[in-house]
Design a binder for this molecule. Structure first.
Ligand SMILES: [Zn+2]
Length: 329
C-alpha cells in the first residue's frame, strides 16, 4: 500500500463514528463470519490470555514511514540482512484478551472498517477463539490512534462491544479532545489536512462512547491484574499495559515498536506516526533497556504474530527474540 493510501485509510478509520463507511469504502465491507483463523492461548499465573489477529497493515515504501533521516542503503541493507522485503514492512495487529474469572478484558480493538480487507478481522477472529462481542466486559485502550480504537464502533457508528466499559488515559483523552494540527509539529507526519480529519474522527468516537469511558492516570492499577504505565512519545498518553498474576508478568508495549528488525537495533531511526519523534525515541530506548534488564515477557501489538518474545541487549542496542512454539495454538 502506498503511503498516501495508508494515510487515507487511517483518515477513513478515524471518521468511522461520523460517517457510514460502507458507503465510502467498497472494499471495506467485510462479513464477520468465522474464518477458522488460529488463535494463541496460554496461562499467565491464574489468568487465561488469548491473542487474536485483527489483520495487518502493509507500509510501503519503507522510507520515509520508517527511518526518515537515514541513508536508504543502510535501511535496505539491514532489511536484506534480515531476509525481509525492502519494498514494505508489514505491521501485525495482535489483540490481547485477558480472562480473569468472569471478567473478559480486551486490550485495543483493531482497525475496524476503515483500513480495507486486510484489517478489521477482530470480530471474526474472536469468534474463532470462542469469544463473542457481548462477552467483553472491559476494554483497555493503549492510545487513541485509529488502528487501535477503530474497532470500537461498527460501520453504522454503533458500539461493537455493547457491554464493555472502556478505559483510556486521561492525558490521551485530553490531548485528542483538544488537539489541533499544530500539536503534531514534532512529528514526521505533517499532512495537516489529514491530521485535522483524524483529530475530528477521534473526537467523534470518544464523544460517542462518552458514557462508557473511564479515564485513568499513570501509574494506576485495574482489576488486580493490570498496571498502567505512561510511555509518551508515540502519543502523549501512550500507555504500557503490564499484565500480572502470581509471580508472572507480561508487558504489553503497544506501539513502542513498529518493526522488529529495524527499531530494536536502531531505536533512533524512528517511525513517522510518532506524535513526538524525539520523545518517542527516548522512551523507546529507556523502555528497551529496562525490558532487557528485567527479562520480562513482552507483547507487541505490531510485532510479527503472535507478538510475544523478549528483548535482549546487543552491542549498544537491542534485538527482538521472538517466542518459539512447537505446535500451533
Ligand atoms: Zn498502531
Amino acid at each position: 500500500m502506498e503511503r498516501r493510501a495508508l494515510v487515507r485509510n487511517i483518515f477513513l478509520a478515524g471518521i468511522a463514528a461520523a460517517l457510514p463507511l460502507k458507503t465510502l469504502l467498497a472494499k471495506g465491507n467485510k462479513t464477520n463470519t468465522s474464518s477458522g483463523r488460529p488463535f494463541h492461548r496460554f496461562q499467565l499465573g491464574a489468568l487465561e490470555l488469548t491473542v487474536v489477529t485483527d489483520g495487518y497493515l502493509a507500509m510501503s515504501p519503507v522510507q520515509p514511514n520508517f527511518a526518515p533521516d537515514v541513508p536508504p542503503e543502510q535501511v535496505a541493507g539491514l532489511l536484506q540482512h534480515s531476509f525481509r522485503s525492502t519494498k514494505e514492512i508489514d505491521l501485525a495487529m495482535n489483540v490481547l484478551i485477558i480472562k480473569k474469572d468472569k471478567q473478559l478484558i480486551l486490550v485495543d480493538t483493531g482497525a475496524g472498517n476503515g483500513f480495507g480487507a486486510n484489517a478489521g478481522w477482530l470480530l471474526s477472529s474472536l469468534t474463532d477463539a470462542g469469544i463473542q462481542a457481548g462477552d467483553i466486559t472491559d476494554i483497555v485502550i493503549t492510545h487513541a490512534h485509529p488502528d487501535h480504537i477503530g474497532g470500537l464502533l461498527d460501520a453504522q457508528g454503533k458500539r461493537t462491544f455493547p457491554n464493555a466499559q472502556i478505559h483510556l488515559s486521561a492525558i490521551e483523552h485530553q490531548f485528542w479532545m483538544h488537539a489541533a494540527s499544530q500539536d503534531f509539529s514534532k512529528s514526521k507526519f505533517t499532512d495537516k489536512a489529514f491530521l485535522q480529519q483524524i483529530i475530528q474522527g477521534t473526537k467523534q468516537t470518544l464523544t460517542t462512547l462518552h458514557d462508557s469511558l473511564h479515564l485513568f492516570n499513570h501509574p494506576s492499577q485495574l482489576f488486580g491484574c493490570i498496571r498502567l504505565e505512561l510511555a509518551a512519545g508515540h502519543t502523549p498518553g501512550h500507555t504500557l499495559v503490564h499484565v500480572y498474576s502470581d509471580d508472572e508478568e507480561l508487558v504489553h508495549i503497544a506501539d513502542l515498536m513498529h518493526s522488529d528488525v529495524l527499531l530494536f537495533p536502531h531505536p533512533e531511526w524512528g517511525f513517522f506516526g510518532d506524535t513526538d519523534f524525539s520523545q518517542a525515541t527516548l522512551t523507546r530506548k529507556k523502555v528497551l533497556a529496562i525490558l532487557a534488564e528485567n527479562k520480562k515477557t513482552v507483547f507487541g501489538y505490531h510485532l510479527p504474530w503472535p507478538g510475544i518474545g523478549h528483548v535482549r541487549a546487543n552491542n549498544d542496542a537491542w534485538e527482538w527474540v521472538p517466542q518459539a512454539y512447537a505446535i500451533p495454538g
